[in-house]
Design a protein around this ligand. Structure first.
Ligand code: 5GP
Length: 197
């Protein structure tokens, strides 16, 4: 299967939508993708590894990189907390012959799609409901109550933006959601999919 080397895929979702699990299920099934590791100024969760989940850095370091134009996009997703996609990350993945998967917040996702047009496919991952989202955030157990409320508020707001995305995938059942996601992303990599892909 031919890979388009300048293309990438944007995945946006309210935090706690199960997006990470879904994206990894897609990558386990197909060898065409690689996760773009973002830079962030938030502190690592207990299970997170620097350079694997994120490139963790200080605010001054992040701002230096903005100055040096090292990002294809960045956003202050939560107050004082910056997240961004490094150009070097996209280059590394394209050079490995793969298509980058960018996990970007909803507003960032819309902006990046606007900027890169046909080079980017934007997908909104939706949770079945806000109640289910709350249940998932609590189950994760890694965030404080204040943090959960902040994320729920943001999620309700973000739901209103799904119409600006190329496609929406509802993450209810993992198997079904992986199928739905594959159906959208495979044609983007190769407009004329071969039989059996
Ligand atoms: P978390 O702190 O839960 O890992 O991520 C919080 C939010 O930041 C999520 O909505 C996630 O999609 C977003 N995010 C992660 N990396 C990036 C990035 O590189 N750019 C932007 N704009 N948002 C990001």
């Amino acid at each position: 299967m031919e890979i388009h080397h300048s293309r990438f895929i944007i995945i946006s979702a309210p935090s706690g939508s199960g997006k990470t699990t879904l994206v990894h299920a897609l990558m386990d099934r197909y060898p065409y993708f690689e996760f773009s590791i973002s830079a962030t100024t938030r502190s690592p969760r207990s299970y997170e590894i620097n350079g694997h989940h994120y490139h963790f850095m200080t605010v001054p370091e992040f701002k230096d990189r903005i100055e040096n134009e090292e990002f294809i996009e960045y956003e202050e997703v939560y107050e004082g907390r910056y997240y961004g996609t490094l150009k070097s990350e996209i280059k590394r993945i394209h050079q490995a012959g793969k298509t980058p998967l960018l996990d970007i917040d909803v507003v960032g996702g819309i902006n990046v799609k606007e900027k890169f047009q046909d080079k980017a496919l934007s997908i909104f991952i939706q949770t079945p409901s806000l109640d289910e989202l709350e249940r998932r955030l609590r189950k994760r157990g890694s965030d404080q109550e204040e943090e959960i409320q902040k994320r729920l508020k943001k999620a309700a707001f973000e739901m209103t933006f799904k119409k600006y995305f190329d496609a929406t995938v509802i993450n209810d059942d993992l198997e079904a959601a992986t199928d739905a996601l594959a159906k959208v992303v495979l044609p983007f990599l190769n407009k004329e999919p071969k039989k059996g892909v």
